[in-house]
Ligand binder design. Sequence first.
Ligand SMILES: [Zn+2]
Length: 85
Amino acid sequence: MHSSNGRRMTCPRCGTPMEHWVEIEISNGGKQIKYYYKCPRCSYRVNDLVLSIKRQNGAIVVTKEEYKTPMRSRVGNIKRVNKNE
Ligand SMILES: [Zn+2]
């Protein structure tokens, strides 16, 4: 199958198609909605999007965090290069 819809994701660990999950966390004064992919086989998790909804001085503030790179990028891929020439 070659149909690509952007919502499809396979587990980088074991190759199983991942499931899309939504988790809503309510803490005092705010709400956090987390969208993520989870592997049904090995429980590997990749964050997709996090929305934070907070009340600030009577106004509702929505913060959006997007995870464009899968979490595996944090394993050894972050490198800081300083070029002093
Ligand atoms: Zn997996």
